[in-house]
Design a protein around this ligand. Structure first.
Ligand SMILES: C[S@@+](CC[C@H](N)C(=O)[O-])C[C@H]1O[C@@H](n2cnc3c(N)ncnc32)[C@H](O)[C@@H]1O
Length: 216
């Protein structure tokens, strides 16, 4: 269902773009989880409540559910969300799903033990606002897990948007999490092999930020 009826609405355009990308049977970023999500799991409180932002076709939410987390996935593209639900069913796990624009989605307050954002490329202000709301939405001791392509990715052309205004540096992302403990911060090149659309060496930014208040 369209989030907005107006064809010139930017959210309707975003939704149409991603629905078209997910229209086929292929999982364009693969069925396997993102490498950094797998790496970050020890930082997430066991059996915690996890929100996967911009979860696409569900590869990360479903894998996290298989690890015993209680997972909710949100994405603007209902075609992606539908494939995620099907992947969960085929994997024998349950996930909650929402079709929504994450820049307007109510994240709640102290509601999640982890919020996961993988390859969500927003303009600077929207990114900063979302990250600030995410800090408030995390329970004390909860973690925000972030990986996206960074500015250096423009040289690689192995995935991600070609618009420089959607590619943010490590310093920019870390500065969103002022007041949190930064447990992991990396920017540089790694091999990203995730389906047909993320293929080859890519310049990524990774952050794990923990809200203060209690030990994991
Ligand atoms: C490159 S894909 C990554 C999908 C998934 N995180 C993964 O790693 O497989 C980017 C995703 O961001 C979603 N997205 C972009 N802007 C969004 C927004 N404002 N609200 C919700 N989802 C959004 C798209 O629909 C798409 O599924």
């Amino acid at each position: 269902m369209p989030l907005s009826a107006a064809a010139d609405d930017p959210v309707a355009k975003l939704q149409a773009f991603w629905n078209a990308r997910y229209a086929g049977e292929e999982f364009v970023y693969g069925r396997e989880p993102n490498d950094f999500v797998v790496q970050a799991v020890p930082a997430i409180p066991q059996q915690g409540r996890v929100l996967c932002l911009a979860d696409g076709e569900g590869r990360n939410s479903v894998w996290l559910a298989r690890q015993g987390f209680r997972v909710t996935a949100v994405d603007v593209a209902e075609q992606g969300v539908a494939k995620g639900r099907e992947l969960a069913r085929a994997s024998g796990v349950e996930i909650e799903t929402r079709v929504a624009d994450v820049t307007r989605f109510d994240l709640g307050v102290e509601r999640w033990d982890a919020i996961v954002s993988i390859f969500l490329h927003l303009p600077s202000k929207a990114r900063r606002d979302l990250h600030h709301r995410a800090i408030a939405a995390l329970a004390p001791g909860g973690v925000f897990v972030y990986e996206a392509y960074g500015p250096g990715q423009l040289r690689y052309r192995t995935g991600g948007p070609p618009e420089p205004q959607l590619l943010h540096s490590l310093d920019d992302v870390v500065s969103d999490f002022d007041g949190c403990a930064i447990e992991h911060a990396f920017e540089g090149v790694r091999a990203v092999n995730e389906g047909r659309l993320h293929r080859g060496d890519g310049f990524v930014v990774q952050v794990i930020a923990r809200t203060l208040g209690s030990e994991p």
